[in-house]
Design a binder for this molecule. Structure first.
Ligand SMILES: CC(C)(COP(=O)(O)OP(=O)(O)OC[C@H]1O[C@@H](n2cnc3c(N)ncnc32)[C@H](O)[C@@H]1OP(=O)(O)O)[C@@H](O)C(=O)NCCC(=O)NCCS
Length: 156
């Protein structure tokens, strides 16, 4: 399977990218994060976060039909989501290579929900080390939310 990109997220496809993020987030997190966090993860919340962070987001797929998205902010890889039909085809590998090129040089990090074993396996395969559980504050429409996550890091 061949997909365009990685390329910048266009304003016209924020809704489609939010749907991709929403679907992937629920699939991976529904069983492993508190219900109080799930309640805040509405489709509109993903749309608003993407609209506010568009310059930090890369996608793959044709314009209007993204199959993968990744957000980086300085030394943090913030989001990586690949649609089910594009998984296990090297799309995620292209996305993380692009993310690593966009991140700051030095020690970079990402948060992965505890129990998201597929994502953890993927990050380890790409040279990221699981440093164990740490408490962080994740962004929500209601402000910061305290959550225990696996912290991964990598020296670039
Ligand atoms: C995480 C994600 C980006 C990885 O992309 P991918 O295309 O699935 O990645 P790959 O297929 O290259 O690697 C996944 C690895 O996990 C393994 N795997 C698959 N299902 C698994 C499971 N349930 N438990 C543990 N490992 C699993 C795969 O076999 C593969 O390892 P291998 O190459 O040694 O066989 C993608 O699965 C995804 O978008 N998931 C949903 C959203 C998500 O969880 N994002 C990360 C948030 S931190």
């Amino acid at each position: 399977m061949e997909f365009e990109g990685p390329r910048p997220l266009e304003a016209s496809e924020i809704r489609a990218a939010a749907q991709l993020w929403y679907d992937g987030w629920y699939e991976a997190h529904l069983d492993i994060v508190p219900a109080s966090l799930t309640a805040l993860r509405t489709l509109d919340s993903f749309h608003d976060r993407l609209a506010g962070a568009r310059a930090q987001v890369s996608v793959m797929g044709s314009v209007g039909a993204p199959v993968a998205l990744c957000q980086v902010n300085r030394d943090e890889l913030k989001q990586l989501f690949v649609a089910p039909e594009a998984r296990a085809h090297g799309v995620a590998a292209k996305m993380i290579a692009d993310a690593e090129a966009r991140l700051d040089r030095g020690l970079v990090w990402l948060a992965c929900s505890v129990g998201n074993d597929r994502a953890a396996r993927f990050y380890e395969k790409h040279g990221w080390r699981n440093r164990g559980v740490v408490e962080i504050q994740v962004d929500t429409s209601e402000g910061p939310y305290d959550l225990g996550v696996w912290r991964f890091d990598k020296l670039l």
